[in-house]
Design a binder for this molecule. Structure first.
Ligand SMILES: NC(=O)c1ccc[n+]([C@@H]2O[C@H](COP(=O)([O-])OP(=O)(O)OC[C@H]3O[C@@H](n4cnc5c(N)ncnc54)[C@H](OP(=O)(O)O)[C@@H]3O)[C@@H](O)[C@H]2O)c1
Length: 369
């Protein structure tokens, strides 16, 4: 499409103010340690639908199709009342992938089809998604996990209607550039991992040992210094949630629902009880004072150190990304701001996690204080 993209992004699909959606990765039954019983996973989907959840987000890779299959079974009879978002892998043939998704989902269209990641040739895949939209296979198209530079480019390629990225109390890269970009262009913003993959569920007082078949073994925030920082904040959040007579996850989800520009908060769950609890977030109270207390706790726990003079000297022989971080470690900059400033340059994107981990290494070797 290229010239004049984003002219016809699709029907008015998305809600005008933020709502909770159902994240269907966990119900795929793999990637999250031992799977819960299928009956329990079906009950989680039913609990969400019966309590008014409209948007369900899945992908062909979630349980190798099992998430889509279960959604198809559970939502088939209610198809006209729900909205289904699925994805296409960055190296998959979009037509074949979406066709298989439609079969598993027992439907002839999805409401949103999203390119799952950015990889070589992504622009032409996005154009194919647009052709699939024109053929009636999807009501709208979107993109996940792109940098703001890539999303800006995508808007010139095809009529993208939605962007999906990670966003929770701790992972806030999107606040720097992506959320404002979505707001400026009228794109729906779908927040994924709103509970930091379960950490904000409140069940982890110590750094956990997940089984090998749990993707969380690879998530840096479940170990080392980042886990300790998040734990500190969780203690404060738990105190605030108790005062408000709501659960910790409800507070975390409510905070996200109140962020300007957020359209759908994709709360993941594989148990009905979790769905029921998470949905209390929609009516949970969150006043300005509580919001300020949350920000104060966050700022105190996540303050970056300043690089030492020795670090600045040593960095001259380091790679450009490391040098950039050291140059910006002044004791005031946030990791999100440093990462966004690097990504502005249009090279390989950087995220706050990389800044934090590198700053921890500098601290450990005495090169930051
Ligand atoms: N586009 C992408 O690349 C991408 C990436 C990741 C996720 N997503 C989407 O975003 C959705 C949400 O992310 P996510 O599932 O990875 O993580 P999440 O929503 O942050 O965390 C989900 C996990 O939190 C725990 N939990 C949920 N509700 C709870 C409650 N009320 N109390 C206590 N614990 C609770 C459960 O863990 P246990 O079951 O272990 O107890 C649940 O599996 C996914 O399902 C998927 O649709 C998209």
């Amino acid at each position: 499409m290229h010239t004049g993209a984003r002219e016809h992004s699709g029907p008015l699909l998305f809600p005008g103010s933020a709502v909770l959606g159902f994240g269907a990765w966990g119900i795929g039954g793999s990637g999250w340690g031992a799977a819960t019983e299928e009956t329990e996973r079906l009950a989680a989907i039913a609990a969400a639908r019966e309590r008014g959840v409209v948007w369900f987000d899945t992908a062909p890779t979630y349980g190798e199709g099992e998430s889509e299959r279960l959604l198809g079974r559970a939502l088939g009879p209610h198809r006209s009342k729900v909205r289904i978002a699925t994805k296409v892998g960055p190296r998959d043939d979009p037509r074949a992938s979406l066709e298989q998704s439609l079969q598993r989902l027992r439907t002839d269209y999805v409401d949103l089809v999203q390119l799952h990641e950015i990889a070589a040739g992504w622009e032409s895949r996005l154009e194919t998604l647009h052709r699939l939209q024109q053929a009636g296979k999807a009501r709208a198209i979107g993109l996940c996990n792109a940098s703001h530079v890539e999303l800006s480019r995508a808007l010139r390629v095809a009529p993208v209607a939605a962007y999906q990225g990670p966003f929770n109390l701790f992972d806030r890269d999107v606040e720097e550039r992506l959320l404002p970009l979505c707001r400026d262009h009228g794109l729906a913003f779908l927040a994924y991992r709103p509970l930091a993959s379960g950490l904000l569920g409140g069940g982890f007082s110590e750094s956990p040992h997940f089984p090998d078949n749990d993707h969380r073994t690879k998530l840096y925030w479940f170990r080392d210094a980042e886990f300790a920082r998040r734990r500190l904040v969780i203690d404060k959040l738990t105190e605030l949630a108790t005062g408000l007579q709501i659960s910790l996850p409800a507070l975390a989800l409510r905070w996200l629902l109140s962020r300007t520009g957020v359209t759908i908060v994709l709360a993941g769950a594989r148990r009905a009880a979790h769905v029921t609890d998470s949905l209390t977030a929609a009516d949970a109270p969150l006043d300005d004072d509580t919001g300020r207390e949350i920000e104060t706790a966050m700022r105190a726990a996540f303050r970056l150190p300043a690089a030492t003079t020795a670090a600045t000297q040593e960095a001259r022989s380091w790679g450009p990304r490391e040098r950039f971080i050291v140059e910006h470690l002044d004791g005031r900059a946030t990791p999100e701001a440093i990462a966004a400033a690097w990504t502005d340059r249009g090279e390989q994107p950087m995220v706050a996690a990389q800044v934090k981990v590198f700053a921890d290494q500098l601290l450990a070797s005495g090169l930051a204080e």
